[in-house]
Design a protein around this ligand. Structure first.
Ligand SMILES: Nc1ncnc2c1ncn2[C@@H]1O[C@H](COP(=O)(O)OP(=O)(O)OP(=O)(O)O)[C@@H](O)[C@H]1O
Ligand SMILES: [Mg+2]
Length: 176
């Protein structure tokens, strides 16, 4: 089991990028009244057939050469041990949406933690990808849009500014 959900986010978003996505939407929705945390990653990559979706949940199934095939099964496991579940909506050429729904207050629910660091890793690891991060926490909303650009190249001051924006935004909604 991974000790925080942000590591799962990292893995699921890497899947999207590996599937050729140019746009990735990451959303986190924490709702204490409904006792639920929903994590969703939606991409415009190549998508999967129904058969591929079923196989993707088998441990060690992978279409990547240097990968292990544990990303999705691990997140499914994390969701299931606390009474939640993972769902995949996808179709060839239609992109993919992976959603994990977890009971917010369950003792075995891993914390999000390190979300700002995870987003920095993703944004700067994939400078040409468009990212939309949307985090709702009990009615408070933080949105961060990062447009990808050709060539990548990011100045240190932009990195610092983005990290500040992420930290402040997550702090403001009490999600850091
Ligand atoms: N967003 C996606 N779009 C298209 N195919 C996907 C997507 N996510 C997963 N898959 C398919 O499901 C397989 C399994 O994904 P999973 O994350 O479990 O393992 P992996 O990425 O291959 O390896 P690991 O995550 O351990 O490095 C992938 O190899 C890929 O074929
Ligand atoms: Mg993976």
């Amino acid at each position: 089991m991974m000790e925080d959900l942000s590591l799962h986010v990292l893995d699921i978003v890497e899947n999207a990028v590996a599937a050729g996505a140019t746009r990735v939407r990451i959303s986190v929705n924490e709702n204490a009244a409904r006792d639920v945390l929903v994590l969703r990653v939606t991409d415009n990559g190549r998508g999967m057939s129904a058969r591929e979706q079923a196989r993707a949940l088998d441990p060690f199934f992978t279409t990547g050469r240097k990968r292990t095939g544990l990303g999705l099964p691990l997140l499914a496991h994390t969701a299931e041990i606390c009474g939640g579940r993972l769902t995949i909506a996808s179709g060839p050429g239609r992109g993919t949406s992976v959603a994990a729904r977890l009971p917010l207050s369950h003792v075995d629910r891993p914390p999000l933690t390190k979300m700002a660091e995870t987003l920095m890793t993703l944004f700067f690891g994939h400078p040409e990808t468009d990212f939309l991060y949307r985090h709702t926490r009990n009615g408070s909303l933080f949105i961060c849009l990062r447009s990808g650009r050709k060539g990548g190249g990011t100045a240190p001051r932009e990195i610092i500014a983005l990290r500040k924006r992420l930290r402040r935004g997550l702090d403001r909604i009490g999600a850091s």
